[in-house]
Design a protein around this ligand. Structure first.
Ligand code: CO
Length: 169
């Protein structure tokens, strides 16, 4: 008889600025176990519920180098454990928001293309190259793992009304 697996998902509370954990450098993940898988599943569910495109572990009160990103169906869900940026190229300026800063939007300039190296939920290393909005989302989340918030990089704040005139990203 086949074993039925049931996955119970939990929507986690999102930590809001100025909670101290958001400014801390996160610790490396060393055990790739069931708890990590459960946290990743719950982080994904929490991100979707909040209508976000990325979520970092400190945003759910976990001081570890873990983040999830999903900007569209093409990219699919990207799970980054202990990620590093290997290379960057070019420049882009675009509007960002963050689930820990409700109603705050601003223009941030970042590299246009990035190459990252990270581990997956099983501890396997992988490399990924991304550009444009996906590259922006990956960099925003990796910044979170170093306690760097997007507000420190905003060159111009955007009001919610202005945002509606912007290309929806
Ligand atoms: Co954020």
């Amino acid at each position: 008889m086949a074993t039925r697996r049931r996955i119970f998902l939990t929507i986690l509370p999102i930590v809001m600025f100025p909670d101290k954990i958001l400014k801390q450098k996160c610790k490396k993940v060393t055990s790739f176990d069931k708890n990590l898988a459960k946290l990743l599943n719950n982080m994904y569910e929490t991100m979707i519920e909040a209508d976000g495109v990325g979520l970092a572990a400190p945003q759910v009160d976990v001081n570890k180098q873990i983040a999830v990103v999903e900007v569209d169906e093409d990219s699919g869900v990207i799970e980054m454990i202990n990620p590093e940026i290997l290379e960057t190229e070019g420049e882009q300026t675009g509007v960002e928001g963050c689930l820990s800063f409700p109603d705050i939007y601003g223009e941030v300039t970042r590299p246009y293309r990035v190459k990252i190296r990270a581990q997956d939920r099983h501890g396997e290393y992988y490399e990924l190259e991304a550009e444009d909005f996906l590259a922006r989302a990956l960099q925003h989340e990796i910044d979170h793992l170093h306690g760097i918030l997007f507000t420190s990089k905003i060159t111009r704040y955007i009001t919610v009304e202005e945002l509606e005139g912007y290309d929806a990203e």
